[in-house]
Design a protein around this ligand. Sequence first.
Ligand SMILES: Nc1ncnc2c1ncn2[C@@H]1O[C@H](COP(=O)(O)OP(=O)(O)O)[C@@H](O)[C@H]1O
Ligand SMILES: [Mg+2]
Length: 369
Amino acid sequence: MSLVGLRKAFGATPAVDDLTLHVPRGSFTTLLGPSGCGKTTALRLVGGFLEPDAGRVLIGGVDQVGRPPNLRGVGMVFQDYALFPHLSVRANLEYGLRMQRVERALRAERVARAVALLGLAGLEGRYPHELSGGQQQRVALGRVLVLEPEVLLMDEPFSSLDAQLRLRLRAELKALQRELGVTTIYVTHDQEEALSLSDQVVVMDRGRVQQVDSPEGVYLRPANRFVAEFVGQANLLPVQVTATGSAAPAGGLTLTALGRPLSARLPDERRPEPGARGLAMVRPEHVVLLTDDVPPPAGGWRAAATVRARSFHGGFERYWVELPGVTEPWLVDVPLGPSLGGTTPASGRPAPGASVSIALPAFAASWLW
Ligand SMILES: Nc1ncnc2c1ncn2[C@@H]1O[C@H](COP(=O)(O)OP(=O)(O)O)[C@@H](O)[C@H]1O
Ligand SMILES: [Mg+2]
């Protein structure tokens, strides 16, 4: 399905502005962005719960604008479940099928399949208030799946559940979506959720699409500073293009080349004019904190730094390091493997105040111009 030039304003400012997007059949596509960026509005436009000021919603090549939700072949799972409190699980699951006047035997068959698929066996006679949050969310999903929609829409469906349960339901949803092959548009403000679930991520800010890419693409090759900072932790280094087309640090930072010049990763097609200023972006786990046991990488650059703070995160340790000439401290994530974690005392690792060297492997930087 495709969205073409969708626009919706409430008052003067558009909530969704010129949204054009192709959602491949069977894909899991996620709209990701901060609260208020227009995700719910976009989903409601697709579902037909809102009509756009301009643009088209194409499903199977047919524009759906003007059609009511029940004739669009879309199913929407809302953030707050929206189950009928006075109906049993079975009746909730059956409700949409009754509305569509699906005959009894087929209704029973579809409901039975949903019950099995979603692990709801034994709960059919219960009422929503007798279910846990996770079970309620499964019923909400089942109620939509029984209608066998062409496109499944989900608006932050797990946001009110606790972290453990959210992880489990996320994995279940992903497996289910694969198995059914249903084209899915999922909405979340949680970057980890978006990266782990999606085939395609659509990063939005203030109603506008910032980047459409694979999870790896938005994380490793962000299109702009907003995406770099929203999709993960971003270390930024001001750079300027030299007369020969390399990128050199623009601040007071001295980088020592370990092998290759800083320009090595400047892609030809995106190389700006000499003199242009931009940012090099490096993820915290790609920065190497050089210690006695950690040798520098084969290619890349090296700089002196001072440790400002350090925190323990279970699987890794995060360092805040200050680089001369760089305003914001950089984050460096050091994995805690068997040799560093467990019983090894932290005293072997640099403490706040320590002077250290960091290295940036040549592959690690991406460029924001
Ligand atoms: N029914 C509405 N009336 C007025 N403003 C709205 C309405 N729905 C959404 N908005 C505004 O549109 C913007 C986008 O909202 P929304 O789509 O809910 O964002 P998100 O789901 O990304 O948090 C916000 O500024 C919000 O206040
Ligand atoms: Mg929302």
